[in-house]
Design a binder for this molecule. Structure first.
Ligand SMILES: [Zn+2]
Length: 131
């Protein structure tokens, strides 16, 4: 479990996100692929944002990518932390919080991996770590 006094927002689990969060508890990073245009997209949704077909399917992704851009949130009661866009291998961008302690190591182009840390007995939360 993440050792922090920070209160993370309650994970929103609905019919469309349930499989993602259930898989996340097993450490699997899931995305959706559209069979019509063969692209993956983020965030996962049944309607393809690229060609608007409504038949996307779940697929496990390595969670690996590279930092496209980043910033540091310094005015935080729990200490500075990084935020940024990671370009996943295969295309889509993920706006994500970096794991604590990485603010001095963030750099455009560095390899990253999506990870899930336990934040409560019931929930995990998505972070990016350096690969
Ligand atoms: Zn599509």
């Amino acid at each position: 479990m993440v050792e922090t006094s920070h209160k993370y927002p309650k994970v929103d689990k609905n019919e469309e996100t349930k499989l993602f969060w259930d898989s996340a508890k097993e450490g699997k990073f899931m995305v959706r692929r559209c069979p019509a245009c063969n692209e993956i997209h983020w965030y996962p949704r049944s309607l393809c944002p690229l060609c608007h077909k409504a038949e996307t399917v779940w697929e496990e992704h390595s969670g690996e990518g590279e930092i496209y851009t980043w910033t540091v949130m310094r005015k935080s009661p729990t200490g500075p932390f990084g935020l940024g866009y990671v370009k996943l291998d295969g295309g889509p961008f993920v706006y994500v919080r970096f794991r604590d302690g990485l603010v001095d190591d963030l750099e455009i182009g560095k390899r990253t991996k999506m990870v899930f840390d336990k934040i409560s007995d019931d929930d995990v939360y998505l972070f990016a770590d350096l690969a």
